[in-house]
Design a protein around this ligand. Structure first.
Ligand SMILES: [Zn+2]
Length: 185
């Protein structure tokens, strides 16, 4: 089977910066639904499209093709009282920028500094502004199920959503809390 639209692809990967320093040795392979569903970076899909089991390659991505340029406007200072406690530098939160109601703009913020009563949150991806190199190795290809295609993401072997997979829920905006207490990382 070749990698094509609506196949589920398992890829072992090593992520390095442009100088070859390893950022992430993917101990868990990436498993994604191929075909433009934004489950992975478009350049990765492009490199793997039409390829077969066992295919290996290395691709280099400029920041604009990876996690974007660094945007200083995504750095926010928030009162500490609005965030869960205890809190420490490096924690990540899902949140909604500003006080706007449209929850589609939910982003991941990383705590980068803590003062007495203020917390600095950076909405840039930790790899924003970094050119990246991906070593890729395709280890499994299978046809996606109907449900997976309908939901536009991969389900686990029991047909269930992952625990944190809540994008199909539209009823999580009633809490009034700007930041979820769920810690990502
Ligand atoms: Zn689903």
């Amino acid at each position: 089977m070749k990698i094509a639209k609506n196949t589920v692809v398992t890829v072992e990967y090593v992520l390095s910066d442009a100088q070859g320093n390893v950022i992430e040795q993917g101990n868990d392979p990436m498993i994604y639904l191929h075909g433009g569903y934004e489950n992975t970076l478009p350049k990765i899909e492009e490199a793997l499209d039409g390829k077969e089991l066992g295919f290996k390659t290395e691709i280099q991505l400029e920041p604009e093709d990876a996690f974007g340029e660094y945007d200083a406007e995504l750095v926010k200072v928030e009162p500490r009282a609005r965030l869960p406690s205890p809190i420490e530098v490096g924690m990540q939160f899902e949140g909604i920028p500003d006080d706007e109601d449209d929850s589609d703009d939910e982003m991941i913020f990383t705590v980068t500094d803590i003062a007495d009563d203020k917390v600095v949150l950076d909405g840039n991806h930790p790899l924003a502004g970094v050119a990246l190199r991906f070593g890729l190795h395709v280890t499994e290809i299978r046809a996606a199920t109907e449900d997976e295609i309908k939901h536009e993401h991969v389900h686990d072997s029991y047909g269930h959503h992952e625990v944190d997979d809540d994008e199909d829920d539209d009823d999580d905006t009633d809490s009034g809390a700007e930041y979820r207490t769920h810690i990502i990382h």
